[in-house]
Ligand binder design. Structure first.
Ligand SMILES: Nc1ncnc2c1ncn2[C@@H]1O[C@H](COP(=O)(O)OP(=O)(O)O)[C@@H](O)[C@H]1O
Ligand SMILES: [Mg+2]
Length: 526
């Protein structure tokens, strides 16, 4: 029930694509609106200024035509001047040149013919003596020229008023009033406004579609990535990877990272399977041998002391092998986490090397051992003592095991100020160059049958490598086939300060784990 709700909730969520498209759409829309608004307002203010000039021009034309009158204006004075069409060729005033007169006439005609302009002339007392068309504004007498926007039936109009003076004096002979209805202006205003709104809507649509397409393009790798993750989580073994893209951005980095992680996971799984396969293969042989002997005994052996003895001995040998194999596998898995379980350990490498060396000398009297110890005083490394011992035993055990003809092992101990090196050299069969890296792999033996004969499981060097690297050390090998090998480990030397610090830490700390008891009864330490 709960999950049902959750999934519907999930489905209803908004995809990144839509968010992106809407986000950019809104942003661009706002900017677009502001820009268009500014354009619109400056465009209309230019238009309005034009209308304003037209109104002033009309007032100018009328006042200049009528200011020649000496007495107060009457309709008889005004009519012939403002309706020149009735007598267009007669110069009204001989004192003015014809050309100028005609110019005035043209201006008057144009002004009075303008649909938007209502030009009215009033006498001194305020009665209308001329009107080009019905003036919707009532008369107001004014002391000086004035021009203002005023409201008329819900319309904004320009009203200009001016007194008409007698030429050259300050005597008022009448008034002129021009009302500009601004019809053209409002028409342009509306038309431009609607064009802009349509543009805005088209722009909004275009930007949303563009944003959506762009977002789909940019985010396409995400769907590839999530498809890959889904497949990988359904089947961790699947070889599906995020398809490589030619783009080079954060998402392609992410895809690459994911692919690398999946590869690594695959490798781990493969290794794991390989390990399980190897282990069962290794265990199958001793189990089969023991089973064979038991069946033999079961059928005929019970009464035959010779068969009985042989079978018991063989079974015991195989059991021992199995025990050592199980022990080594345990050591291997423990070696993988030494850095967690055995921190803060301090060991004198000089002492441990000397001890192991002496033990080997004792156990293998047929071998010639030589030790070249360059360390003058105890030298401390951060490694659990038993682990260092185990590593040395693995290396020396191999040196002894793989030297048939020249039974000589040379151990040397040196330091270069930063690191201490132990090398174990033998003069035995050596390792071919192509196998040099593989000897550190689990269960790898150059000669499986012979190594088995000698009780080797192929785990020794992998345990040693893991242990040393777990303590940030380094293992290396040099070898020449038929001439012998040198295995070397190198570990960081602790200075006095580091050593005291670690010893203090260790003293205050609970032992992180009971000492590895099983390590002690490892076949290698026997
Ligand atoms: N000193 C050596 N000289 C020659 N070959 C060696 C030496 N040490 C290791 N090897 C080779 O590396 C393989 C792996 O070694 P190791 O991991 O110790 O396994 P094991 O000794 O149990 O076989 C050995 O089987 C052997 O073939
Ligand atoms: Mg070995």
């Amino acid at each position: 029930m709960m999950t049902d709700k959750q999934t519907t909730k999930k489905r209803r969520r908004m995809s990144l694509k839509w968010k992106w498209a809407l986000g950019t759409g809104t942003g661009v829309f706002v900017i677009f609106t502001i820009v268009l608004g500014l354009l619109f307002s400056s465009f209309t203010s230019v238009l309005l200024r034009q209308e304003r000039r037209r109104t002033t021009d009309a007032i100018n034309v009328v006042t200049q035509r009528l200011n020649d009158n000496v007495k107060d204006l009457t309709s008889d004075d005004v009519e012939p001047v403002l309706r020149p069409r009735e007598n267009p060729y007669l110069p009204h005033n001989p004192s003015k040149p014809d050309q100028q007169h005609n110019l005035y006439n043209d201006a008057i005609i144009r002004t009075l013919a303008n649909d938007n302009l209502a030009v009215s002339v009033y006498d001194r007392s305020g009665s209308e003596i001329f009107a080009s068309r019905v003036d919707p504004q009532p008369f107001e007498s004014v002391g000086k020229r004035q021009l203002k926007l005023s409201h008329l039936n819900g319309h904004v109009v320009y009203v200009g008023r001016a007194p008409i003076y007698q030429h050259g004096t300050k005597r008022v002979v009448g008034y002129v009033q021009v009302t500009n209805q601004l019809n053209g202006y409002w028409r342009t205003y509306q038309r431009t406004g609607s064009i802009l709104i349509v543009l805005l809507l088209i722009g909004l649509l275009a930007i949303s579609v563009f944003g959506y397409i762009l977002a789909s393009y940019f985010l396409r790798p995400i769907s590839d990535i999530s498809a890959t993750i889904t497949k990988a989580s359904e089947d961790p073994q699947s070889s599906t990877r995020v398809p490589e893209s030619r783009r080079n951005d954060e998402l392609s980095d992410l895809s690459e990272l994911l692919n690398r992680m999946l590869d690594q996971m695959q490798r781990y799984i493969d290794q794991q399977q390989q390990f399980v396969g190897d282990v069962s293969h290794e265990l199958r042989t001793p189990v089969a041998i023991i089973q064979g002997h038991m069946e033999l005994l079961n059928r005929w052996g019970k009464d035959d002391p010779e068969v009985l003895n042989e079978s018991i001995q063989a079974s015991l040998a195989e059991t021992k092998r199995m025990k050592s194999l199980v022990q080594e596998m345990l050591d291997l898995s423990r070696a993988e986490q030494v850095e967690i379980d055995f921190r803060n350990q301090v060991t004198d490498i000089k002492m441990v090397v000397n001890q192991v060396f002496n033990n080997f000398k004792m156990i293998h009297p047929d071998f010639t051992f030589s030790l070249d110890d360059d360390l003058r005083k105890p030298t401390y490394v951060s490694m659990f003592r038993d682990h260092l011992e185990q590593v040395l035993i693995i290396l020396m055990d191999n040196a002894v095991k793989y030297s048939q003809t020249r039974k000589e092992v040379h151990v040397s101990l040196s330091e270069d100020g930063r690191n201490a090196q132990v090398s174990v050299q033998d003069f035995g069969e050596g390792i071919a160059p192509e196998n040099m890296d593989r000897v550190f792999n689990r269960f790898y033996r150059v000669d499986k049958a012979r190594s088995r004969e000698k009780g080797g499981n192929g785990l020794g060097l992998s345990i040693a490598k893991r242990l040393v690297e777990g303590y940030n050390g380094h293992v290396s090998v040099e070898s020449s086939l038929g001439h012998g090998s040198i295995f070397q480990i190198s570990l960081h030397i602790l200075n006095d300060q580091e050593r005291h610090h670690l010893e203090e830490l260790q003293a205050t700390q609970e032992p992180s784990k009971p000492l590895d008891e099983t390590l002690k009864d490892s076949n290698l330490l026997e």
